[in-house]
Design a protein around this ligand. Structure first.
Ligand SMILES: [Zn+2]
Length: 288
């Protein structure tokens, strides 16, 4: 699943292409990805303009005129493709199919624009969704998700992190980092990378962390996410950036998915541990 840097990368790619476009139509063959009947989407959306493209946690928000908003989650295999006569912008899962024949069998929602270009939502496994809300409903929906702060916002401070450690003392650090009520956008990849950065085993309980270690975790989150955004995210099985290219951060990954390989610092063999259905990779020598 794409994490914060990947969704931010898609956002930046789409922003340039669709901001200011006027919607001429909407279609979908998969009602579960919608939160209203299809005919309501079609009635409400016609003539609305996309005013802003933004991100909250791992979701994209398209602000529309007349106080409406799309809230989009790509989940495991969702992909957004913007296609006009002159360009094609792809973000999300790298579905192996030519972009010259859109819509294809994986296209489950299509936003059409008055200039005859389209935004296609393709999804092999169909877990992704594209919901439509007015401002009040959107605010309520986001509130109900109980999302923590954005890790790159000024609200994310060491004090904030310490307050959550007091509330969740027995959580293992990896689980704690992946908890979106604490901080959003950090998943399996970046939690492994942050633990490595801070030289901390993913299984350590947060109440046992020293002040110095908490500072390193905090710095690790900010530095790693920022570096990954700069490199346009990490390409893994399920992700391509908005131009359909591999994200540049893949080359900088230190431990995630690298069990059996050598630690880039001490050359020890990277190990893997199962933690509640997920696996985590770490260096047994560098991470205490
Ligand atoms: Zn090591």
């Amino acid at each position: 699943m794409p994490e914060l840097p990947e969704v931010e990368t898609i956002k930046c790619g789409l922003e340039k292409s669709i901001t200011g476009k006027t919607i001429s139509g909407f279609d979908s063959d998969w009602h579960k990805m919608l939160n209203k009947p299809l005919r309501d989407y079609q009635r409400l959306l016609k003539g609305l303009k996309i005013t802003v493209v933004r991100r909250r946690a791992k979701m994209l928000i398209l602000d529309l005129s007349k106080d409406w908003h799309f809230l989009i989650h790509l989940k495991m295999t969702g992909q957004l493709v913007y296609a006009s006569k002159v360009k094609c912008v792809v973000g999300g899962h790298p579905i192996e199919q030519g972009y010259d024949c859109l819509p294809n069998k994986f296209t489950h929602a299509t936003i059409s624009f008055t200039d005859k270009s389209h935004l296609y939502f393709n999804d092999i496994r169909k877990f992704g969704w594209i919901r439509l809300f007015n401002s009040e409903q959107l605010a309520k929906h986001l509130e109900d998700m109980k999302l923590g702060v954005e890790p790159l916002s000024p609200a994310f401070t060491i004090k904030y992190l310490k307050n959550w450690i007091l509330k969740r003392p027995n959580n293992q650090i990896k689980k704690f980092l992946m908890d979106s009520t604490v901080v959003v956008g950090v998943g399996n990849i970046y939690s492994d990378e942050v633990c490595f950065y801070a030289s901390i085993r993913p299984t350590r309980k947060v109440k046992e962390l020293k002040d110095k270690e908490i500072s390193l975790i905090y710095k690790g989150i900010r530095n790693i996410l920022q570096a990954s955004i700069k490199a346009q995210g990490t390409t893994f099985r399920d992700f391509r950036n908005a131009d359909g290219e591999a994200g540049g951060y893949s080359k900088k990954i230190k431990v995630y998915g690298k069990y059996g390989k050598k630690c880039p610092i001490c050359r020890s063999k990277i190990e893997r541990i199962k933690m509640g259905g997920r696996s985590s990779s770490y260096c047994p020598k560098c991470q205490k």
